[in-house]
Design a binder for this molecule. Structure first.
Ligand code: IMP
Ligand code: MG
Length: 171
C-alpha cells in the first residue's frame, strides 16, 4: 500500500499563493500578462493563482508530456498548442513542478518562435536534485531538494491530483 506523508498543508499553499498573486499583480501592472498553464499538473494551481491576481490578464494552456514514461530527458510531445495570439505579449508559464527542467526548456524554445515580448516562469514547486538544464525560475512557492510528491494537481500515474494538500509518496 502506498503511504502518503503530509508535506505542505492547504493553509500553507493558500498563504503562499495569495502573496505570489500580489507580487505578480504588482510586477505586471504595466504589462500585457498572459498566464500559460502547462497541462495537466498546473490546473489547480493556476485556478487558485489567477483568482489572487488583481490585474487584467488572459489565460491559456499548453500541453506537453515527456515521451519516455519515467525519463523526462526523453522527447517532449506537444498535446495542446496555445489558442491565443502571443506575439508581443508578456508570457508567464505556470507549472506544477520543475524537476529536470527539460519540459520547460522545450516549451520555451517553442514559444520563442511566436515572438512574445517576455517569458517568465512561475512554479508551485521548484525541485532541485535532478535539474540538468540552466533554467531561471522567476517565481516559486516552495523549494524541494528531492522526493516524489502528489496532490494539488500533481499525479502519480494520473492519480491523486485531487488531494487538497501535498504529500510525499512512498511506494
Ligand atoms: P521536468 O521536465 O523533469 O522538469 O518534468 C516536469 C514534469 O514532471 C512535471 O510537470 C510533472 O508532471 C512531473 N514531475 C516531476 N517531479 C514530480 C513529482 O515529484 N511529482 C509529480 N510529478 C512530477
Ligand atoms: Mg505529471
Amino acid at each position: 500500500m502506498p503511504e502518503f506523508i503530509p508535506l505542505i498543508s492547504e493553509l500553507e499553499i493558500n498563504k503562499k499563493i495569495q502573496k505570489l498573486g500580489q507580487k505578480i499583480s504588482s510586477d505586471y501592472k504595466e504589462k500585457d500578462l498572459v498566464l500559460v498553464g502547462v497541462l495537466k499538473g498546473s490546473f489547480i494551481f493556476l485556478a487558485d493563482l489567477a483568482r489572487q491576481i488583481s490585474i487584467d490578464h488572459d489565460i491559456d494552456f499548453i500541453g506537453a508530456s515527456s515521451y519516455e514514461g519515467t525519463s523526462s530527458s526523453g522527447q517532449i510531445v506537444f498535446t495542446k498548442q496555445p489558442d491565443l495570439e502571443l506575439e508581443n505579449r508578456d508570457i508567464l508559464f505556470v507549472e506544477d513542478i520543475v524537476d529536470t527542467g527539460n519540459t520547460l526548456l522545450k516549451i520555451i524554445e517553442f514559444i520563442k518562435l511566436l515572438n512574445p515580448k517576455s517569458i517568465k516562469i512561475c512554479t508551485l514547486i521548484d525541485k532541485h536534485e535532478r535539474r540538468n538544464v540552466k533554467i531561471d525560475v522567476d517565481y516559486s512557492c516552495f523549494s524541494l531538494e528531492k522526493g516524489f510528491i502528489v496532490g494539488y494537481g500533481l499525479d502519480y500515474n494520473e492519480k491523486y491530483r485531487n488531494l487538497p494538500a501535498i504529500y510525499d509518496l512512498k511506494l
